[in-house]
Design a protein around this ligand. Sequence first.
Ligand code: FES
Length: 123
Amino acid sequence: MADAPADPRLFYDRHVFMCNNVRPEGHPRGCCMARAEAAGGFDKLRGYAREKARQLGIQKVRFNAAGCLDRCEFGPNMVIYPEGTWYRYESQADIDEILETHLKNGGRVQRLMLQPDQLPPKH
Ligand code: FES
């Protein structure tokens, strides 16, 4: 296999993809958008995350609204790249903890992490 050329440096240090997929009420898988309602709504939570990152001095991070990440049953979901770490968040306090522990200090919030072997049930 030929050596791959070196990748250019990162433009953003991290991308946080936050699912805001909407499904019709009663869909067996549910959706992150509906589950985020209980915590104040997706738009408010994403806006909160952006502002909190700014307050914490976290730079070069982008919070993107994402389509379905296909782990709907565990949502509302976010996944942080380049690490590929998945979190379920339910409140602004969860977002605080993820931003401070993971994005700012490089740790992990074990209690909110999704594991690779957590699979959606078959429908
Ligand atoms: S609706 Fe969010 S992962 Fe599918």
